[in-house]
Design a protein around this ligand. Sequence first.
Ligand code: PLP
Length: 423
Amino acid sequence: MTYAQMSAEERKAEYARLQKEFDDLKAKGLNLNMARGKPGKAQLDLVSDIFSLMQDPKDYVSDGIDVRNYGEMSGLPAAKRLFAEILGCKPERVLVGGNASLQLMYDTISKAYTHGLLRSERPWCREEKVKWLCPAPGYDRHFKITESFGFELITIPMTDYGPDMDAVEEAVKDPAVKGIWCVPKYSNPDGIIYSDETIRRMAALKPAAPDFIIMWDNAYCIHEFEGDYVEFPDILALCEEAGNADMVFEFASTSKVTLPGAGISCFACSEANMAYMEKLLTIQTISFDKVNQQRHVLYLKDKAHTLELMKKHAAIMGPKFRAVVDALDKEIAPLDIASWSRPKGGYFVSLNAMPGTAKRTLALCKEAGVTMTGAGATFPYGKDPQDSNIRIAPSLPPVEELEQAIAILCVCLKLSALEKLGI
Ligand code: PLP
């Protein structure tokens, strides 16, 4: 029987039973975390043999370049080839940067703001208003970047196929709209893979702003934890075919392949954009960390070898995601108080609780010792108009802890739904 079908008396009894269960869980004094998409310790252990590399002096040289010295600002050619093969684009369209793609994303927006992009009429700081499209639910750190530059964030609804392209096509008619955030494969948090149709329409956009950019954050491009690797189109080639070669910057990193915060990152863009960005970046740095780039080239070798490693990550991640979805299927599905995604890759499960209950659910979780991503975080300005979306990040805790955490989340979802329905 669903909660809505229960009589007031039945709901009252259920609430009293759950409150007792909640108090017992609270008394355990747990400290569990499902807040951020961090790899678990087993995943870090899996890749820590990377530290044993580069013991032989011949490993300091890549394509005749001494990786220990200044130079090669746009990255080692071998590192460009590695990312290009993974992303399916040309190596000359890749710049390999430092330890995090988020930094490259921030820097791209920052350069647009201070200097303008290749096709800008003026730096964005001189625009009266800059508006930015945010498919939501989405990645909180994306939204924060554009918010921090004072852009007006416009929410674009997510569909099962990616951002609502009717809404995007309509929004880009406004010349103040300068860009959009996209996580095209295993989107954060929904785990959606954009459909071919969505990608085609995205590449073919005809925005009023000449310097409109798609920030194509392919953070989870090889991050399947269930099933085989899913091929994905090259957005750079599609934009070029549509006459929009300069409209996209693609980003990726090895944060969830090797070590988050100690991996390597890249962006990929048209040759014209690359020449423009290199001119600006050359002032900023003489070179990124090529030693780490070389370490990654030696460790990951090529796409096929990297995909083998991702299978090992999948063997650790898969059971964690199954534990979450199984618990929700068993405990919550019969009550009809929430729905959730069933991703096959990425780092999150996106749960939509009964509208008006996400904040309360997460406050109860906190009380019982479970830290989750804050309610609203997946929406621009941290405000979920429905107070419904909850992002579950199952990767960090070991399975036993995760099972405890998800059991607590289920109790909290039930309590807050009963409160909403009236007890
Ligand atoms: N992009 C997305 C969509 C993410 O979910 C994350 C981390 O959770 C990042 C980027 C961070 O990547 P990096 O460590 O390369 O900055």
